[in-house]
Design a protein around this ligand. Sequence first.
Ligand code: PBG
Length: 331
Amino acid sequence: MLAAQLRNAPTERPRRLRRTGPLRALVRETRLHPEMFVCPVFVRPRRGVREPIPSMPDQYRLSVDQLAAEADELRRLGISSVLLFGLPEAKDASGSGAYDEDGIVQRAIRALRSSHPDLIVMTDVCLCEYTAHGHCGVLRDGQVDNDATLELLARTAVTQAANGADVVAPSAMMDGQVRTIRAALDEAGFTGTAVMGYSAKYASAFYGPFREAAGSVPQFGDRRGYQMDPPNAREAEREVALDLAEGADVVMVKPALAYLDVIHRVRPHVPVPLAAYNVSGEYSMVKAAAAAGWLDGRAVTLEILTALHRAGADLLITYHAKEAAAWLATR
Ligand code: PBG
């Protein structure tokens, strides 16, 4: 070897462990597994309906009778959890469809409980899909009334638990929602039902496709009066701490990809499982670019999901769940 080459020889060679696939796998720090995926499912009225969602390729609104087949497919792919969202028959000012004993989500839970007793059924607890005005709570003087909404969120969670939900997930961003729901569940005897707080939920434009899917676009104004302001990160620590103090069993950061710093930042303060919600707009961006041939959808999706886990999330709520599980199985 030339003397000059020897002089330039690095003493540290990280490339040694990147040389082959098996070596890379041996030292890999982060691994995805379908059991960490939570698959969102939109449930709609009537029978025999599998309605495509235009802004979310490969996503559907399913009628209750379609859920068992969907759950079969999820189980076959190794996915053990769903997060249910409901599209009610009718909407009103107080979102009564959310806490109707026979509401769309309540019926969906019953169907899944009987067809798939071991499936983990999570439910979104919010009023926005059920209110005619599209806000996440009830209004007073044109504003969402925090404390009046708490009562309705608690009723929603209790009816979901009564029908067999394993995890109820309040997403309305009302102050005190976790505490109120925990107390109502316990009082009704559902001490075993877990609460997953949408703790650091930002007022994000990335929810656009979801609002089309769920028909929950606010009819006036926006959600910035209750969801978090995107420039704030310290505030996420506070929201997470409050939900933990109020008894949350799982806390969440949402959206995920543009908020990796928030996931990473709260992680050391979160002794419970931490969820990241890879939201509709994040999904649709990747699907659109992949459909146009601008990027490799499979590679990018797995890279994004890996990044969420690497940043500190244990549970990944993602519309990519099914395709990602299938890709992981064939890797
Ligand atoms: C309900 C709710 C929303 C999402 C989850 N729960 C919509 C919103 O807050 O406007 C968004 C999920 C997504 O975009 O995938 N409040």
